[in-house]
Ligand binder design. Structure first.
Ligand code: 13P
Length: 257
């Protein structure tokens, strides 16, 4: 089963509107024929809400623009939040959910992640569901237990109808995020294989083969080729290196092969 690779940038809390426009001016030039590239590798960017319209208009053919968070209710008294209806209205294709920074700084729980997954899927938006262990958890030998728990507690909130929709898992070991420390291709593949097993358990073997599992954590133009060679690493969720058009365009072209 061949899965189209997905290279997704996560811009976190970076860039003004002028900087975003400038990024896409260089990025589209460096990538070349965007429509051709995005036929074989999917390209996406998770961006701040102030950049939604700029990115939707500037990103180029086939490039998906995602939010970095979403609320699971469609509307209501939730000051500061955005709903799936609003993301769709802004022309977005999905959202990153459960990023470790949101879990750590904004007390996002596995249950909340699951409700967001459910809401996105029911709106036919793409959920990019992040999981990953801390350094202490890895050192205690608990990586698989932690990732399995995050995945299964979230999945418990997802309805049968929502489960039928496409989703992406991003394995992001917390100790590798923004640290310059990357999981080795072997370390990452081991966890990705375990996640593939979880997908098989919950979705059956045929469906499990279709789900993209991204690696995230200091992925760069220098190390992405080795990571992307692994059979269960279907792309990347890229922080720092996605802010630079030179680096991210190289990564996209590497993923294209
Ligand atoms: P870095 O690539 O900067 O380590 O960030 C990874 C990440 O958190 C992507 O969501």
């Amino acid at each position: 089963m061949s899965r189209n690779k997905l290279l997704a940038g996560n811009w976190k809390m970076h860039k003004t509107r002028a900087e975003a426009s400038e990024f896409f001016r260089s990025f589209t030039k460096l990538v070349g024929n965007m429509a051709d590239v995005t036929r074989s590798v999917e390209v996406a960017f998770g961006v701040p809400a102030t950049l939604f319209d700029v990115c939707v208009n500037a990103a180029g053919a086939g490039v998906k623009i995602l939010a970095q968070n979403v609320h699971y209710e469609k509307q209501g008294a939730f000051t500061g939040e955005l709903s799936t209806v609003m993301l769709q209205d802004a022309g977005l294709q999905g959202s990153i959910i459960g990023h470790s920074e949101r879990r750590q700084y904004f007390a996002e729980t596995d249950q909340a992640v699951g409700k967001k997954w459910n809401a996105l899927s029911l709106s036919s938006l793409l959920p990019v569901v992040c999981v990953g262990e801390t350094k202490a958890e890895r050192e205690a030998g608990e990586t698989n237990i932690v990732v399995k728990k995050q995945f299964e507690l979230a999945l418990a909130e997802v309805s049968a109808d929502a489960k039928a929709k496409d989703f992406v898992i991003a394995y992001e070991p917390v100790w590798a995020i923004g640290t310059g420390l990357t999981a080795t291709p072997e370390q990452a593949e081991e966890v990705h294989l375990m996640i593939r097993g979880l997908l098989t358990t919950h979705f059956g073997a045929a469906r499990a083969e279709t789900v993209r599992i991204l690696y995230g954590g200091s992925m760069s133009a220098a190390n992405c080729a080795e990571l992307l060679k692994k059979p269960n690493i279907d792309g990347g969720l890229v922080g720092g290196a996605s802010l630079k058009p030179e680096d991210f365009s190289k990564m996209v072209l590497t993923a294209k092969g």
